[in-house]
Design a binder for this molecule. Sequence first.
Ligand code: NDP
Length: 321
Amino acid sequence: MSGAAPTLLLCSETDDLSGLCGEFERAAARACPGLRVRCWTPDTATTELQSVVAIAGWFVPLGLPARLPRLRLLASIGAGVEHLLRDPDLPPDVPVTRIVDPAQARGMAEYVLWAALHFHRDLDRVLAQQTRREWRMPAQRPASAYRVGIMGLGAMGAEVARTLAAHGFDVHGWARRPAALDCVTTWAGPEAMRPFLAGLDMVVSLLPLTPETRGLCNADWFAALKPGAVFVNCGRGEQLVVPALVDALRSGHLRAAVLDVFEHEPLPADDPLWTEPAVVITPHMASSASAEVIAGQIVENTARALARRALLHAVDRLRGY
Ligand code: NDP
């Protein structure tokens, strides 16, 4: 069976990826002729798995990559890779890649710009006034008086920071390593977290989920924010300790939260967050890459992996992103 045509396996336990098959087949015809595309199901035969050279996946079943003797590439169909790295039996020599898409970063910048404008221009308060038929103009301040902090200055965070700075906001960014971005004040490392947070009107997570960022936004973290700050989570749900958020909102310390990502998605219909005042919930829609970009990048990387050439957007498995 090892002589069978190399196969790219679309694979997730939680999502139906069959809708991506056609796009992957078209990309394969263009960039990797002879590559077969198959969609994984729990019934996929072991013999079929012998020819898999690449997985394009999200929640790949634990242990599956270790059972694929010809596997050369484990590719995330999104920007994050934590779903793939959670497998303790991942073969150490199989590279892991992710999607990096400038158009997706621009979409993320639109989403965060909307959130910044909403609170900077007091739309939350004005909408509440409308329910009471109350006509009261809020004081207008320049965007330069509204300080937005971006946690994570990678493909997403850097574009968000640049876009907010171009709209006149006072933008601060925090990452693991020092970074230089025009018109953005940057901070690096855990010791800079508190001074970074202290003066922010809004803080946005655009961090990947790693052991260091899991549970980062806890009670101590919220206490370090300026009273009246707004929290926006576009990173991953597991970075937020939900009871700490709810306490910070109910005590009045936090003005509001905009949540796009959750530990369990879709957010269950009976989750109390749905009805928590001052929480805006969006369905992991901040930004996604197009099917064409996802298929194009992963098929290109499959061709590179088969030819043993350098891969695009490989992640550092040790670092976790
Ligand atoms: P990148 O890998 O390009 O950037 C990650 C950034 O986070 C880097 O600046 C990195 O610092 C920083 N970082 C990582 N760990 C730490 C840490 N422990 N302390 C401080 N900074 C840290 O990722 P992307 O920008 O492409 O994406 C980031 C995340 O955004 C994704 O992993 C995903 O979870 C989320 N996302 C959400 C979407 C949505 O629709 N809600 C869409 C796309 C992404 P350094 O620069 O020093 O390495």
